[in-house]
Design a protein around this ligand. Structure first.
Ligand code: UDP
Ligand code: MG
Length: 343
């Protein structure tokens, strides 16, 4: 099960060798997926690191030789695709797929995962192409996979490399999402492992706006956490503009929650209570005769009508929200285990 308690976390951090992992009994076919958007400056560097890791894991019999490193070109406008083609020619462990235009990070990693599952990978790990996320954590993901996890979340050990703004907004955002009832894994990035069947389960969510960080915990399945270190970007600049970040955040909220609609009903109720109070106050004033003619009727009407309107909007909203959820047509359940009659 999930091990996200603070004590667990610090004990992992204190472990002497951060790169420690157990060897596995059986090599797995791993596809490492890297989304790339205008990454010409850093691709070669990242490919060298990835090759080193690949060779080591093959020699340690953790991954099979038909494991691959897949670059997803997310409609780059620079030489990214050329470089990917060259890498593939030099070394067939590299594969590339190119999206017809820039579709954003989430779609890029999704397309890479689906591609990997179609190619028969046992498991897929997604990691940013700039390798800010420590690629040395990969064997620890595999270790968890061999222990039977379908999902392994990468969780960053600190946010030291982020500026104050990114740190603060991220913290508030995670808290807010939790408040809205969406179960995000705190500080988890899109550095994660999914087994073949978890990718297929993810692909059965037919909604257009994919918020993978929310969908993966939603699926269930046995999962665990691996901590990793984030370092500075070594070349190029961040491709996550403020606009892209905002749209990801908004997407997360709207694709997971109809709570904002419910807030309208709540507001309606509050205004209704105020309107009752106002009714009493104005009637009282009316009886005392301290008002001008017409004031009481007007005031009461305004407050009462306002609250009725808000409540009605809330009720309509509730149905619209439900229709929204139904149109997503999400899968109802997944089976994670079944008894075996063969033996
Ligand atoms: N990325 C992408 N499509 C986009 C934006 C980003 O595929 O529209 C990729 C990018 O190439 C990188 C990853 O997403 O591999 C994370 O982006 P970046 O490193 O720029 O974000 P940051 O680390 O600054 O959050
Ligand atoms: Mg980065």
């Amino acid at each position: 099960m999930m091990t996200s308690s603070a004590t667990e976390r610090s004990s992992v951090l204190k472990r002497k060798n951060y790169g420690e992992y157990n060897k596995m009994d059986k090599a797995v076919k791993l596809y490492l997926v890297m989304p790339c958007y205008n990454e010409e400056e850093i691709l070669e560097m990242s490919s060298v690191k990835a090759t080193k890791l690949y060779d080591r894991l093959v020699s340690e019999k953790m991954i099979t030789e038909d494991s691959r490193i897949v670059f997803v070109d997310d409609g780059s406008k620079d030489r990214t695709w050329e470089i990917i083609e060259q890498l593939h020619e030099k070394n067939p462990i590299f594969r590339g797929i190119k999206l017809s235009r820039n579709k954003g990070h989430q779609i890029a990693i999704y397309s890479g995962m689906v591609y990997a599952a179609e190619q028969g990978a046992d498991c897929v790990i997604t990691i940013d192409a700039d390798l800010q996320q420590d690629i040395e954590a990969v064997p620890r993901f595999l270790e968890k996979y061999s222990e039977g996890c379908d999902i392994v979340y990468g969780v960053r050990d600190s946010r030291d490399t982020d500026g104050f703004f990114k740190k603060a907004t991220a913290t508030v955002y995670y808290k807010f999402m939790r408040f809205l009832g969406c179960n995000l894994i705190e500080q988890s990035a899109d550095y994660r492992l999914l087994s073949n069947r978890a990718v297929k389960a993810l692909a059965s969510y037919k909604e257009n706006n994919l918020f993978i960080r929310g969908l993966v915990p939603e699926m269930g399945f046995k999962s665990d956490i691996v901590y990793f270190h984030v370092s500075e970007r070594e070349a190029g600049t961040s491709k996550y503009t403020l606009k892209k970040m905002m749209s990801l955040a908004l997407n997360g909220i709207t694709s997971f929650s109809i709570q904002p609609i419910r807030l309208v009903i709540l507001l309606g109720m509050i205004v209704f209570i105020i309107s009752v109070v106002m009714m009493v106050v104005t009637l009282f004033d009316h009886v005392r005769g301290v008002t001008v003619p017409g004031w009481s009727t007007l005031t009461i009407s305004i407050w009462f009508l306002g609250s009725v309107q808000l409540l009605s909007l809330g009720v309509i909203g509730e149905y619209v929200g439900r229709t929204y959820i139904e149109t997503k047509n999400r899968p109802r359940y997944f089976i994670s285990d079944e008894t075996d009659d063969e033996k």
